[in-house]
Design a binder for this molecule. Structure first.
Ligand code: AP5
Length: 217
């Protein structure tokens, strides 16, 4: 049966960092709703223009738009064997839409690793994050620095700081997370699919804890 995994947790907890590693280990596609929106913004699509207005304020993009975008991605052939979802779902409505969509393919969310860290850790991580322009590889100036400042180790492209990593936007993103996304913790706990993992450990320790949950054999 296809493996659909939802990586849950607040902004800056390390979802993107871990999703890139796990997707490679599990040989399933990494689907990041934030990356899909940023790609649309870069390509100046209508969806990108709409999403940008919400993202720059740290607000959620409306559910119907986000669900439509993820539906389109999940119906691509490379997702037949499963996928690792990062940043989606973020509301109960999105979670219910995901269940319905996967049921159409005879699948379901099998496991929801939930990464946790205190808000002060999240702010520290987001304010030092540098992202690669070409492929979205993620670095941190203190915790995971590139060999050459400003250059991606993996593909040599320029590193930039995300527009929504400004302090006031970060604080709003964290607030929005607790108001609108945190209810998903109980939603998935009740379904028996939630696995809580301390995200405030070195990157390799978090990866090991995640692998033990998603790939227990
Ligand atoms: P999105 O791109 O999904 O951002 P996010 O959820 O806020 O998560 P981040 O990418 O900021 O953090 P992360 O957990 O991936 O951490 P990372 O690995 O980079 O969403 C952006 C926006 O898009 C939203 O605000 C919203 O507007 C919109 N959007 C997206 N999805 C949506 C949806 N479903 N519905 C509606 N709107 C949606 O790590 C952070 C930093 O910490 C990095 O520098 C990294 O190097 C470092 N780091 C990682 N792990 C560790 C560690 N263990 N120790 C030390 N440092 C670490």
């Amino acid at each position: 049966m296809a493996t659909y995994i939802v990586l849950l947790g607040p902004p800056g907890v390390g979802k993107g960092t871990q999703a890139k590693i796990l997707a490679e280990r599990l040989a399933i596609p990494h689907i990041s709703s934030g990356d899909l929106f940023r790609e649309n913004i870069k390509n100046q699509t209508e969806l990108g223009r709409l999403a940008q207005a919400y993202m720059t304020k740290g607000e959620l993009v409306p559910d119907e738009v986000t669900i439509g975008m993820i539906r389109a991605r999940l119906t691509m052939p490379d997702c037949k064997g499963g996928a690792l979802l990062d940043g989606f779902p973020r509301t109960i409505r999105q979670a219910e839409a995901l269940e319905a969509l996967l049921a159409e393919f005879g699948g379901r969310v099998s496991c929801v690793p939930y990464l946790t860290a205190e808000p002060a850790v999240l702010v520290d991580r987001l304010s030092g994050r540098w992202t690669c322009r070409a492929q979205g590889h993620i670095f941190h100036e203190k915790y995971n620095p590139p060999q050459t400042p400003g250059i991606c180790d993996l593909d040599g492209s320029e590193l930039y700081q995300r527009e929504d990593d400004k302090r006031e936007t970060v604080e709003n993103r964290i607030r929005v997370y607790f108001e609108q996304t945190a209810p998903l913790v109980e939603y998935y706990r009740r379904l028996g699919r939630l696995f809580e993992i301390n995200g405030d450990q070195p990157i390799e320790a978090v990866t090991a804890a995640l692998l033990a949950v998603v790939n227990p054999s």
